[in-house]
Write a protein that binds this ligand. Sequence first.
Ligand code: NAD
Ligand code: GLY
Length: 371
Amino acid sequence: MEWPGEFVSEPVVVTHAGGSYPVYVEPGILGQLNQRALELLPARRLAMIADTTVHQLYQTGRLGAVTWCGETLTVPPGEASKTRETWAHLTDGLLGRGYGRDSALIGLGGGVVGDLAGFVAATYMRGLPYLLVPTTLLAMVDASVGGKTAVNAPLGKNLIGAFHPPAGVLADPLALSTLPEREFRTGLAEAVKHALVADAPYFDWIETEVPAILRRDSEVIVRLIRRSVEIKAEVVSEDERETGRRAVLNAGHTVAHALERASHYQLAHGEAVALGLIVECEIGEQSGIAQPGLRTRVAALLDEFGLPVRVPHSIPLTALLDGMQLDKKNREGRIHLALARAIGSVHRTERWTTAVSPAQMGAALKAVGEA
Ligand code: NAD
Ligand code: GLY
């Protein structure tokens, strides 16, 4: 991916109880990492956290000009690193190097590193400021915005964590040029989710731009990231702690998290989100909440992006229901889903979620399962 000329754009601003932070979507911004970090985190001793793959790409200049001159702590790439054990390794590493309360962190990488670095920042010495520098499409459009930090537990995804907003986000679309095809496509699932829950014209636009998106046309990708960030910023600024509307950003995720766990994390997060959106649209249609045809339209777009659209036979219903038992939106022991009712709109209830029975879940999974 190359950028044709100079780029000037205002950051998207996210507000939260303690203030606000900018999200820059700017081709080439990674080449100004040191300078931007010093501006956003002044008078701090800085440490970077990255996975080994991203760290190597950065060190060899393949993500852009290398400007970072501080220390870096690395973790192995992938979801398997999002654990309490890695959190302990990182916090011990910082303690051993003498980082104090006057320090700050930078998370460079995909959603795994972002969630992990954010959770280290939330807990180290009772909380440090941090910057996120997302390098996957999924992290640029979604994971780096909103201040949710977490690690996984054997019983489920993201069950141990904290709300801890970053001091800023630097998203450089040029860094996506090294991203493998599978990882690129998984990010598109979250963009489709944003359009589905909040913005029908955005959904229409994504449908018309599929070829340009898949060939990573730089201007189209910048527009896609920017629109998704605007949508997420608007929702989380209104409801930082997910007491209400923020649940719409969880569309597809209740089923997705259970699918990820049941597949032993063989399904990537975005692949599971694609399936989760389709299953949850099916539940919406079967229960009369969603417009007929919603699932077909959403599945057609996800299919064009090469994302999975049929739940694999190898994943039994019982494993999925087990996986949903500890979902954070559950109330009185019942599964609650944020259900789309039409493109661009979620079924509105007091908390934006609707109770779903195991029988409803089973019927939808049957309809969306492999033939
Ligand atoms: P990831 O962080 O595992 O990255 C995917 C792979 O891409 C890794 O192997 C990584 O090394 C590699 N990679 C990253 N940048 C690269 C680049 N520019 N070039 C080449 N390779 C690169 O996965 P992800 O899909 O970015 O994130 C998924 C995680 O995000 C999940 O754990 C999910 O729960 C979390 N998430 C969090 C939020 C939130 O609000 N906090 C939202 C959505 C998802
Ligand atoms: N990924 C859902 C949220 O950030 O709220």
